[in-house]
Every structure is written in structure tokens, then in C-alpha cells.
Design a binder for this molecule. Structure first.
Ligand code: PEP
Ligand code: MG
Length: 604
């Protein structure tokens, strides 16, 4: 019987194949009391199991193939960290000592306690780490039950040559490693959210995936044919042959258009009227730089350095470690510019440690308005200088720009410039080499857009963070699903602030780019060009699609309609009207390098 399941679309594309069900690996545990004389033996069993799982995870990390996504190594580190956390193994020992539970019972009892704590966490990312904890506990239980290293390799069943897709309650990063070889074309999980590890890894592997499809692993049977639509977040179970054929055709079409687009990767992005446009990449780890180059990026417009600071179990990266990370990215970009944003921690991006700052932040009533981004850095001058020194040292190896997140006050700029001067002095004193950097600020709060000229006296460039600019202009918490319907990039106030910032920076002869999601959204490409934007920074996977829009746009003609669009009550509608008028009249315009409407003779 055909039916459809709905989940979250987390990695795009269509996958069609037979289901391989990986049963939810919750292990039935034995519950019994151990005698007082057997307590130490039971604790020993736990210790041996922990060491075996740790060795298994470490070996897996060691054996990661060179082409494995960088996230996998980080995920294995998270599992190792959870495994050694006192709140897991230490507290489990307590259950054995005080209640005389057997090791398995103690472990599952402690999992219940910790799972409840995760469920109560407000931060979505941290809440989703519960799945990682469960996977670690399952490994421990697996060793206790079988005396092995807890790994439960997913072996692809004989499928008679049919393509396979994986269905599971959840998939651990370690298990995902095993099918990296291309055994499965897509996957569906019952649990998971946008930022769950499975979603992150699926995206980095570019495999269609739907997560959070709740009952999927219960409702789907082994060998069922499935159509996974990673763009729509749907799974069609047991579709009739006609539906499979239809999706195969859609898939061919999408694959062909992606392949066609891929040919644009290394073409320069120039508009029809000859305006050169810079398409840059946003990255989170130094290892992402290779993918950025491969996607045709002409530099890194946003290196979100805070990802180096997260999930480290309490310690922050030192100067040398940061320097190595920045230098790796800089060298990978082979002379192209790398824009390193100083730590933008806070609000939806929490550190995992509870530093004094974090504690204050956690208890703030409005974390998005609290001690975050540049404010957080300036509250710990030694830590901030450490990051600046690492960036300055990396600048000796290539072209580096420093970007300050969420500046709103001139005093923040002055303090940062002082910190930079001190960092240089410290490097001089230590005899360390460093290079020149350009310095810029993010325009993410309306205040920065409104007093832009004052900021521009200190900055070499600005970068518009539309994700936060929308949040702060419209007073919409970008992480709050309840008000997500009001989070509207087309709001005239947002567009006017963006247009004003681009015009102001250009008039002052300073560089300006957009690095929020709007830069990679093709619905805005022509409008941003009309505003005068010539530098866009986005996820590498969006570059070719934006390039296609740039190649087909006439920036000059678009700029003639800018006033009309910005003055409209509904700019989105107005933009569509302009788009269709342009394509209808395209053949009338002289000087085009490529015909825009060639299908039929114009009816003059
Ligand atoms: C933004 O706010 O638009 C931005 C690029 O920064 P982040 O999404 O990392 O907050
Ligand atoms: Mg931001």
C-alpha cells in the first residue's frame, strides 16, 4: 500500500531505492542486583567496556579516509568526550555502588537521568546531543552484552542489484562512515533536527536525506521501495511504478541541471552589462576551504571561527591551535582572500562549557540581545588578543581580512583596534612573524546601518549579515519557530537598510558584501545587484546557482527599477513584475552578450 511520510528536508536531492531497515538499536538490558562482594567486579566490567569503546572510537577516528568529511572526526570526538564525561561513567558507578545495580541497569538508569536533562535544554543544538549520548550508551551496552567493541556494522543485504536507502531510528556518525562508500543513496530517520549530526553529515556528503520522520522505521518494511525527496522532506513508501518513473524523470532533470550548472564553476561571474561580481564562500572549518575552491569561490567571505571553539568539553583553542586552523584555510585558498570573523558565540551558538560569561549568558532573559559576538570577545580581552594574534600570524601566509560580528557601538571598534595594536606589539616582543590584515565589521544591527559613515572611518570594508539584520530589524528571534512566519527578508525596512548600507559603503570607496543567507538565495540576486552589490558570500553549494543569475542579469537595467521596488508595499511582488517585464523586453535591448528571449519572434 502506498503512503507518504513527512519529515524535515535536510539534504537535497531525490533518492529511489529499496529500504534497508536498521532496527533501532536500543538493547534490552538485564536488570539484577549484584552482591556487595561483586560490586567492584561489576565496576570493572564497566571500565573494561568503556576502554573498549574508547579504543574502537579512537581507531575509527585514526582510520578515517582522507576524503571523509571533517565533521565526522569532530563527531567521533563528541562521542569520546561523552564517553569520558563524569556525568555518565562516574554517576553510573554510583548506581552500582549505592544501589547494587548490575552495570547494564546502572547505565540505562543514568541514561534516563541525563536524557531528561537534555530534553529540558532550551538550546536546540544541545538538546539534539541526546541522540549522541544514546549512541554512546548503546555501544557500551553492546560491549557489555557481547564483549566486543560495541560497533554494529551495517551490512548491506543482497538486493539483487537494486539501489538501497537506509531507514533507521537514528544513525550514529560512526555507522555513517561505513556507508560512505556509496552503498546507500539516501536515508530516512525517525529523529533528528536541522542541526542534528546526521543532518550535518548528510549535507556534507551531499546525500538526499529526510530526518524527523517520526514513525518511519516502524511503518516501513525491509525491502519496501522508497522515494526520498530531500528537497520537500517527504518519503513515499511503496509507490506504484508510475510514481517511481515520474520521480526518476524529475531526478534526471534535476541532476542534469545541476551538472549543467557545475560547468559554470570556473567561469568568471560577470553580468550581461559587464559588471564583475565576486562570489565568495562561507565556511565553518579550515577543511571546508577545499570545497569552496572546488565550487568556484574566489575567496572566503566568512570563516565562522566560533566553530573552532564549540564542543571542546571545557577548553578553548589556544593561540597555536587557532593559528594552525587559520593558516590551513589561508594556504588552501592559494592567495585568494580569507575573511576570518572573530568568535561569534552566543544566542543560538553556545559553547558547551559554562564559563563565567556563559553562565551569565545562559541566564540572560534575551540571549540574542545579550553578551554575544564582539561583546563576548571584548569581555575577555586576553582571549580576544589570543585570537587576534593567531589571525595576524596566519596573515603572514596569505591575504587575510578580520571581520567583527555584531558591532553596534563605535567604542567596540575602538577597543578592537586597541586590542589589535596590542596583539601586534606582543607578537613583535615575541619575535613572531605576522602579516597585514584588512579590518571590517558586520552590519547586523540596524544601528550599524544607520551610523555607517562613522564606522566606515575605521573599517576597510563591511559585510552585511542579513540573518541577524532581519532578526534585529523586525524583532523576530531567528531561532523561535513560533514567530518564524514573521521572519521576512522582503520586508521593506530590511531592504532599505541593506540598500542604504551598500550605497553608503560604495560612496565611501569601501568594500561591501552580503554574507547572510540572502546572498545565496537566487530570489534576491538581481535585486542585490540593482542595489550595487558586487560581492556575495554564501555556502559553497549555492555559488553556481547564483552565478547563473549573475550571468543572466543586466545590473544597469535592474538599478533603474530599484526605487520602485524599495518603495513598494510588497517588494517581492514588485520584483516579480520587474523580472517578467525584463524577460519580455530583453530582445529589445542592444549590447547583450547573450540573447535572453529566443523562443519566438517579437510581436512588435
Ligand atoms: C548573519 O547574521 O547574516 C551571519 C552571516 O552571521 P550568522 O548567521 O553566523 O549569525
Ligand atoms: Mg550573524
Amino acid at each position: 500500500m502506498t503512503f507518504q511520510l513527512f519529515g524535515l528536508p535536510v539534504s537535497r536531492g531525490i533518492a529511489i531505492g529499496r529500504a534497508v531497515l536498521v532496527a533501532s538499536s536500543r538493547i534490552d538490558v538485564a536488570h539484577y542486583y549484584v552482591g556487595a562482594d561483586a560490586v567492584e567486579t561489576e565496576i570493572d566490567r564497566l571500565r573494561v567496556a568503556r576502554d573498549a569503546v574508547a579504543a574502537g572510537l579512537a581507531a575509527m577516528k585514526n582510520d578515517l579516509p582522507a576524503e571523509a568529511p571533517a565533521e565526522l572526526s569532530a563527531l567521533l570526538d563528541v562521542h569520546l568526550m561523552l564517553l569520558h564525561d563524569e556525568s555518565l561513567t562516574g554517576a553510573t558507578k554510583q548506581w552500582i555502588r549505592e544501589r547494587h545495580y548490575n552495570a547494564e541497569w546502572a547505565l540505562s538508569a543514568q541514561l534516563e537521568v541525563l536524557a531528561r536533562q537534555f530534553d529540558e535544554m532550551e538550546d536546540e543544538y544541545l538538546r539534539e546531543r541526546k541522540a549522541d549520548l544514546e549512541q554512546v550508551v548503546e555501544r557500551l551496552l553492546g560491549v557489555l552484552a557481547r564483549g566486543e567493541d560495541g560497533a554494529s556494522p551495517i551490512v548491506a543485504p543482497a538486493s539483487g542489484g537494486d539501489p538501497l536507502v537506509l531507514v533507521a531510528n537514528d544513525i550514529s556518525p560512526a555507522d555513517m562512515l561505513q556507508w560512505k562508500g556509496g552503498v546507500f543513496l539516501g536515508f530516512v530517520t525517525d529523529v533528528g533536527g536541522k542541526t542534528s549530526h546526521t543532518a550535518i553529515v548528510a549535507r556534507s556528503m551531499d546525500i538526499p536525506a529526510v530526518v524527523g520522520a517520526r514513525e518511519a522505521s516502524r511503518l516501513i518494511r525491509q525491502d519496501d521501495w522508497l522515494v526520498i525527496d530531500g528537497d520537500a522532506g517527504t518519503v513515499i513508501v511503496d509507490p506504484p511504478p508510475s510514481v517511481i518513473e515520474e520521480y526518476r524523470a524529475i531526478k534526471r532533470e534535476r541532476d542534469a541541471s545541476r551538472a549543467g550548472l557545475a560547468r559554470l564553476r570556473h567561469l568568471p561571474a560577470v553580468t550581461l552589462d559587464g559588471e564583475a561580481v565576486e562570489l565568495l564562500a562561507n565556511i565553518e572549518q579550515p577543511g571546508d576551504a577545499a570545497a569552496a575552491l572546488e565550487a568556484g569561490a574566489c575567496g572566503i567571505g566568512l570563516f565562522r571561527s566560533e566553530f573552532l571553539f564549540m564542543n571542546r568539553g571545557g577548553d578553548l583553542p589556544g593561540e597555536d591551535e587557532q593559528f594552525e586552523a587559520y593558516r590551513t584555510a589561508v594556504e588552501a585558498m592559494k592567495g585568494l582572500p580569507v575573511t576570518i570573523r572573530t568568535v561569534d558565540i552566543g544566542a543560538d551558538k553556545a559553547l558547551d562549557r559554562m564559563s563565567a560569561n556563559e553562565l551569565r549568558h545562559e541566564h540572560a532573559l534575551n540571549p540574542a540581545l545579550g553578551l554575544r559576538a564582539i561583546r563576548w570577545s571584548l569581555s575577555d580581552p586576553a582571549m580576544f588578543r589570543q585570537q587576534l594574534r593567531a589571525i595576524l600570524r596566519a596573515a603572514a601566509h596569505g591575504k587575510v581580512r578580520v571581520l567583527l560580528p555584531m558591532v553596534a557601538h563605535l567604542s567596540e571598534v575602538r577597543q578592537t583596534l586597541d586590542a589589535l595594536a596590542r596583539a601586534r606589539q606582543q607578537l613583535d616582543d615575541a619575535g613572531r612573524a605576522y602579516g597585514p590584515v584588512e579590518i571590517g565589521g558586520m552590519v547586523e544591527v540596524p544601528a550599524a546601518a544607520l551610523v555607517l559613515p562613522a564606522f566606515l572611518r575605521h573599517f576597510d570594508f563591511v559585510s552585511i549579515g542579513t540573518n541577524d539584520l532581519i532578526q534585529y530589524t523586525l524583532a523576530i528571534d531567528r531561532a523561535d519557530e513560533a514567530v518564524a512566519y514573521l521572519y521576512n527578508p522582503w520586508h521593506p525596512a530590511v531592504l532599505q537598510l541593506i540598500a542604504q548600507t551598500i550605497a553608503g559603503a560604495r560612496a565611501a570607496g569601501k568594500g561591501v558584501s552580503v554574507c547572510g543567507e540572502m546572498a545565496g538565495d537566487t530570489a534576491f540576486s538581481e535585486l542585490l545587484l540593482a542595489m550595487g552589490l558586487r560581492s556575495f558570500s554564501m555556502h559553497p553549494s549555492q555559488i553556481v546557482a547564483v552565478k547563473q543569475r549573475v550571468l543572466g542579469a543586466d545590473a544597469g537595467r535592474w538599478s533603474q527599477s530599484l526605487g520602485r521596488i524599495l518603495g513598494a508595499d510588497d517588494p517581492e511582488r514588485e520584483c516579480l513584475v520587474v523580472t517578467s517585464a525584463m524577460s519580455e523586453n530583453a530582445h529589445l535591448v542592444e549590447g547583450h552578450r547573450a540573447p535572453r528571449a529566443v523562443a519566438s519572434e517579437p510581436a512588435l
